[in-house]
Design a protein around this ligand. Structure first.
Ligand SMILES: [Zn+2]
Length: 216
């Protein structure tokens, strides 16, 4: 990420901690050399961790979580559990004070990776603007049965050029999509892939209603 020093210089290692409920720990950017702009320098995995389940998916989520700490994220659920000091705690604009789906909740070492929450992504787009790919679409919320209407992709961030998959189609460079609906309500789905393979998706429910405008 451009806002951080490059290379990041994060060292992954193992250690043994007396706390068998601790899966891993990481440093914050404040632990990096002063003025370096680098992320937290260490992620350490506790070989004595005895939590269960401890699967590929929980391990993956734990690593995403720890890397999040190196980028400066505290625990989403810190309030009531952890002091503000010594690193400070700031609510990221646009995010709620609690988010059960956040990968940055503490005490979640047994949770399987299921992707970033909506607000995890808002947080990253806010702190690192311009770096995160965001798929956006414009189009119709209500259409007449079997009428062909046009939807458009309006991605932001990431690294152009973008490719698009509409309703599961093969990736195409076409930013617009003509779709003849099946005669009943449907969900318009868009996946955007940027030039370095980052992807984001968005969907929009569309009502099919014969007494409304053709493409509303
Ligand atoms: Zn943590």
């Amino acid at each position: 990420m451009p806002a951080q020093g490059s290379p990041g210089d994060i060292t992954f290692s193992t250690f043994i901690d007396s706390d068998s409920t601790l899966a891993a720990e990481a440093d914050f950017p404040a632990d990096a050399p002063a003025g370096s702009g680098k992320p937290g320098p260490r992620v350490r995995v506790n070989l004595a961790y005895a939590g269960s389940p401890n699967t590929d998916l929980t391990k993956l989520r734990n690593m995403v979580h720890e890397i999040g700490h190196t980028l400066g994220y505290r625990h989403t659920n810190w309030q009531g559990n952890e002091p503000v000091s010594a690193y400070g705690a700031n609510l990221i604009p646009g995010t709620p004070s609690t988010d059960p789906a956040s990968v940055m909740n503490g005490g979640t070492a047994g949770v399987s990776w299921a992707g970033f929450s909506t607000y995890d992504n808002v947080a990253t787009r806010t702190l690192y603007p311009g770096t995160c790919l965001a798929a956006n679409m414009s189009g119709h919320y209500q259409v007449q049965p079997y009428v062909t209407c046009t939807w458009s992709a309006n991605p932001t961030g990431g690294t152009p050029p973008y490719l698009y998959s509409w309703m599961g189609t093969a990736l195409t460079s076409s930013r617009t999509f003509l779709y003849s609906n099946p005669g009943s309500d449907f969900v318009m789905r868009l996946v955007v892939v940027d030039a370095i393979g980052r992807r984001d998706s968005v969907s929009q429910s569309v009502r099919v209603y014969q007494y409304g405008p053709p493409c509303a």
